[in-house]
Design a protein around this ligand. Structure first.
Ligand code: 8Z2
Ligand code: NDP
Length: 291
């Protein structure tokens, strides 16, 4: 047991006191839950997304709940646009004097068979999730973290077994995870740590609203196949994010934490596959039809 005078748990209320954080997509769902954690632990948090009004509403709501003044909406930002990102990062650095923490949570996709995804559709998803995350990281590094250090978490998606029906997003997020592996080495000299959190299926009203009946399919078909037998909560994601961001994770960089109730380790029925043998067999022993 360490001496009492030197003992201090990493889990304490002022963990992020004096820190300035930026959470993209922080006005809704998982992002909002990350904002609540960071502000509760003392950080000043800027949130941004395309819909500025939504971010102002969320900031007002959270400040009224007791985070008085700790949460602020930044300018409207589409992470598909480089100039929006440059303006957002300079806004944070100029107005708050720092950018210690960046959470790249903004992202999304539509559900589609891969054969039906147009070039524009594929580009839109890659620009949002891979290019957008890269440009946010690059600007945060160039405008602040290169000289001052910092911590970055990128939110990805449960893509270990691919993701039939959301191929474009799973591929883009795999790119984010590999980019993270490169950046963690390139930027360690600047004392920048960068990690990913890979959520499985997390219930957020905002997220599921996008999917209509496809969202219902997820709930009905996939949940019973999940080892945890339930969806995850936004709070279960945000608690992993704040741990990665905090000083207690000081030796963790380039890693990916799965928050998925074990979903990565089973084959999920993400698409219906017709019950007939349609892959031709190569071999000499006669096989029974169903084996
Ligand atoms: C453990 C394991 C767990 C495994 C299981 C894991 C489950 C994961 C569950 C994940 C949940 C979430 O991510 S929840 C988060 C959900 N939230 C979101 O997705 C919101 C953000 N998404 C978006 O904004 C959109 O999806 C995105 C495509 C990125 C941008 O859309 P925009 O309309 O702005 O794009 P545009 O530039 O106007 O359109 C470009 C083209 O995109 C295509 N396109 C856009 N929307 C389309 C649509 N609904 N259906 C078809 N095609 C579409 C068209 O081809 C468009 O071209 P034209 O036709 O020529 O115009
Ligand atoms: N819920 C789930 O099961 C899972 C979610 N994820 C990922 O977690 C993140 C949060 O999802 P969740 O909270 O569920 O859903 P939300 O729809 O609430 O979150 C997505 C956020 O991203 C913002 N956003 C989307 N596109 C852009 C853009 N081009 N520029 C700037 N902001 C953008 C949205 O705001 P606005 O529309 O105002 O721009 C919104 O606030 C997303 O990246 C999602 O893909 C990953 C795995 C599973």
């Amino acid at each position: 047991m360490p001496e009492e005078s030197t003992w201090r748990s990493v889990f304490r209320n002022d963990l992020f006191k004096g820190k300035v954080a930026l959470v993209s997509g922080g006005g809704t769902g998982i992002g909002k839950s990350i904002v609540i954690e960071l502000a509760s632990l003392g950080a000043t948090v800027v949130i941004s997304s395309r819909n500025e009004e939504k971010c102002h509403k969320a900031a007002d709501e959270l400040n009224a709940l007791g985070f008085s003044g700790k949460v602020a909406a930044g300018p409207s930002t589409n992470i598909r646009k480089e100039e929006d990102i440059q303006k957002l990062i300079s806004h944070v650095v100029e107005r708050y004097g720092a950018l210690d923490i960046l959470v790249n949570n903004a992202g999304g996709q539509f559900i589609s068979d891969s054969a039906d995804i147009s070039k524009r559709g594929f580009q839109a998803v890659v620009e949002t999730n891979l290019q957008g995350t890269f440009l946010m990281c690059r600007e945060a590094f160039n405008q602040y973290m290169r000289d001052n250090g910092g911590s970055i978490v990128n939110i990805t998606i449960g893509n270990r077994n691919g993701m039939p029906g959301m191929m474009h997003s799973a591929a883009a997020r795999a790119g984010v995870e590999n980019m993270t592996a490169s950046l963690c080495v390139e930027w360690i000299e600047s004392k920048v740590r960068i990690n990913c959190v890979r959520p499985g299926i997390i219930f957020t009203e905002s997220g599921f609203e996008n999917y209509g009946p496809a969202g219902e399919y997820f709930l009905e078909k996939i949940v019973p196949s999940l080892p945890a037998k339930r969806l995850g909560s936004a709070e279960e994601v945000s608690s992993a994010v704040v741990w990665l961001l905090c000083e207690g994770a000081g030796y963790v960089t380039g890693s990916v934490i799965c928050v998925d109730g074990g979903g990565s380790y089973v084959a999920l029925p993400l698409v219906e596959i017709e019950d007939k043998t349609n892959l031709p067999t190569y071999g000499y022993l006669p096989m029974k039809a169903k084996l």
